[in-house]
Design a protein around this ligand. Structure first.
Ligand code: 13P
Length: 244
């Protein structure tokens, strides 16, 4: 089987005014231009910054992604952004089913599946997020929960080139807590058995320059989806460098 090239993705969430976002994007692009990264790099800025960030990273090899998309292609959906619009703005990826959407906006697996299908319709790679809550982890149900999310959120037409899974335990996001390497590997191993062969599985949740080396050395970990540490170009680059 072809080696899975690692993907280091920054989810900026709802952070950054224009000057910050463009500055961050330029700094990341500069690292990528001179640093010959050993992984694929992706930044997912807030929707207002997709276009200027796309301009700032042009020619650097860093890819651009959205943080969410609507199921529909267009129409009367105030406030929503379609996958086609993200594609048109220069994106090649979109994050869907992030726990902040599932929990904060009540998104169901059905809705997430429709968003994954929308991403594919528009020609985007979907980064599908799954992960258990603290209570589910304490009850030993992480694999059951993640399998249920995968079964409910992946359309039947999945192929490895258009699907990336991000395993993000809800309790590890923004908390500084990280599962043990063995726990990460175990959940990734279980995910791998139900997704197309060759699809990448990222780990997300409090990844930083200190812990990334161990996480990225795990055989089942094909990269990282990074929140807080992706807002500092040097930290983001340090994580990318751990893929070497
Ligand atoms: P943190 O890296 O800030 O924990 O966020 C992880 C995340 O939610 C990425 O999508």
């Amino acid at each position: 089987m072809a080696l899975r090239r690692k993907l280091i993705a920054g989810n900026w969430k709802m952070n950054g005014l224009r000057a910050d976002g463009i500055g961050l994007a330029r700094a990341i692009a500069e690292h990528a231009r001179i640093g010959n990264p050993a992984c694929d790099l992706l930044v997912c800025p807030p929707a207002t910054l997709v276009v200027p960030v796309g301009e700032a990273i042009a020619g650097s090899g860093v890819a651009l992604g959205g943080q969410d998309c609507a199921p529909a292609e267009k129409g009367a959906f105030t406030g929503d952004i379609s996958a086609e619009m993200l594609k048109d703005a220069g994106c090649s990826y979109v994050i869907v089913g992030h726990s902040e959407r599932r929990h904060g906006h009540g998104e169901s697996d059905d809705e997430v599946r429709a968003k994954v299908a929308a991403a594919w319709r528009a020609g985007l790679v979907a980064i599908l997020c799954v992960g258990e809550t603290r209570a589910e982890r304490e009850a030993g149900r992480e694999v059951v929960v993640v399998n249920r999310q995968l079964a409910g959120s992946i359309p039947g037409t999945a192929t490895a080139d258009k699907l990336v899974i991000a395993y993000e335990p809800v309790w590890a996001i923004g908390t500084g807590l990280v599962p043990t390497p063995a726990d990460v590997n175990a959940v990734h191993h279980s995910i791998r058995s139900v997704i197309p062969q060759g699809a990448r599985i990222l780990y997300g949740g409090s990844v930083n320059p200190k812990n990334c080396g161990e996480l990225l050395s795990l055989d089942e970990v094909d990269g990282a989806l990074i929140g807080g540490a992706s807002l500092k170009a040097d930290d983001f680059w340090a994580i990318a460098e751990a893929c070497r």
